[in-house]
Design a protein. Structure first.
Length: 435
């Protein structure tokens, strides 16, 4: 095996054999699910069971409509008891709801007093109940005025109570004329997940390359290694070896998620479970969601994810390795790495804001600029974009990383053996011209 292969093998084997890599690779999917589910679950918990709400209604019309729930107990009290109830706030009484007038004439004649900030679900429950009653009052007033007959009022009341049952199905027309069901919400979720993944991996493994270069330089092992391996091959081997570690981790995660998704699909597809889930989720369109998931071209997304990951990783890893080779400690890298880190963060925020308009100017141009395209393009691909945009973005990205890699290799071969001096960008440009 040649020296380049030995370097790649060393960088790869020493990292995939670490216990930290194995544990992180196996537990990260579970950790990501836990980080997503646990905060949502905790947000649904109550502080201490049912909260008591005292209702003081001067009109006597609205208080009976407020039905107690599992979380909130509405207690109707008289106006004369208001002072006594205020002394209970923060103890056994959570809040006091006071209605001082006819709400369909004065919508602001209602207030909620509490020691703590009233939860959003409590506010929504109160406003929804009172709004429904005010709507009925206005319809009754219209009917009593004789301007509209009683039959029309009943029909209007029925329309208001039934609401709208419209369900918009979105379809996508492909270039070959095939029509398939799509979901904007699903495309948004997929785009954000892959964007976060590629952002995280570029930073994680780019920094890993930088740490590896710094470690070898500080320990002076590199002086022994360059006696048998050319510095350029050493850099290429390091970048490729650590990149293969990242791809290995991605493949394992993909297999684990595939197994998990298959198991969930089989679980949901059973008639008993499908009936139970439909009953629990009410009007939620599980069949439509399943069809939308199956209509996604997962092979295309995975293929572009790997290609953009490789391009973005090599681009930034080369920059990280170049700056790491020019300094003697991690503290000295901050002057060079801060602008690079800010550029990656800009790419992430550009991708985040491009979700709402994946064909807008911000999304289009940042998906073509090589330093931002690996992150932003993964937001746009699930929404379906022209093939020429993908190919142009890849061509610009790979052409740029080849030029950056050549430039980095020339700086690396000189900087890796330089000690005791903090070089400037001007001096590093001179290193490129060294023979």
């Amino acid at each position: 095996m040649n020296t380049l292969g030995l370097v790649i093998q060393r960088e790869y084997i020493t990292r995939v054999r670490k216990k930290s890599f194995i544990i992180l690779t196996l537990l990260m999917p579970l950790l990501m699910v836990a980080l997503s589910v646990i905060p949502f679950w905790l947000s649904t918990l109550n502080e201490g069971g049912t909260r008591h709400i005292a209702v003081i209604d001067d009109t006597g019309v609205y208080a009976p409509l407020l039905q107690s729930t599992e979380n909130y107990d509405f207690q109707i009290i008289g106006v004369s008891d208001q002072r006594a109830q205020e002394s209970r706030l923060g103890k056994d009484l959570f809040a006091i709801l006071q209605i001082t007038g006819d709400l369909h004439k004065n919508p602001k004649a209602v207030s909620l007093i509490s020691e703590k900030q009233a939860p959003q679900d409590l506010q929504s429950l109160i406003k929804r109940t009172l709004n429904e009653k005010v709507t009925q009052q206005r319809l009754d007033e219209l009917s009593a005025a004789g301007e509209v007959d009683a039959g029309a009022i009943r029909r209007v009341r029925s329309i208001v109570e039934d609401g709208s049952a419209i369900s918009l199905k979105t379809l996508r027309l492909s270039g070959d004329g095939d029509v398939s069901e799509s979901s904007t919400e699903l495309s948004t979720v997929i785009g954000m997940i892959f964007t976060i993944l590629i952002y995280m991996f570029i930073l994680l493994y780019g920094n890993m390359v930088m740490q590896a270069v710094l470690e070898e330089k500080k320990s002076r092992i590199v002086e022994v290694m360059v006696s048998s391996v050319k510095p350029v091959k050493l850099l290429i081997g390091k970048v490729v070896g650590i990149g293969l570690v990242g791809i290995t981790q991605l493949v394992i995660w993909g297999i684990l998620l595939g197994v998990l998704f298959t198991g969930m699909s089989l679980f949901i597809s059973s008639p008993e479970k499908a009936t139970a889930i439909s009953a629990d989720m009410g009007d939620f369109n599980m069949e439509g969601l399943t069809n939308a998931i199956m209509s996604v071209n997962w092979f295309e997304i995975a293929l572009y994810f790997i290609t953009f990951f490789i391009g973005g990783y090599v681009l930034y890893a080369s920059i990280f390795a170049m700056f790491a080779s020019a300094v003697d400690s991690e503290e000295d890298t901050s002057q060079f790495m801060t602008p690079v880190t800010l550029l990656i963060m800009f790419a992430f925020f550009a991708g985040f804001y491009s979700v709402s308009n994946p064909d807008g100017p911000l999304a289009f141009w940042t998906s073509l600029i090589p330093f931002t395209s690996p992150i932003v393009m993964m937001v746009r691909i699930p929404f379906g974009i022209p093939l020429w945009e993908k190919l142009l973005s890849l061509a610009l990205l790979y052409g740029t990383f080849i030029l950056i890699s050549i430039f980095s290799a020339k700086v690396y071969r000189v900087g890796i053996l330089m000690y005791g001096k903090k070089p400037t960008l001007k001096e590093m440009m001179k290193w490129v011209k060294y023979k």
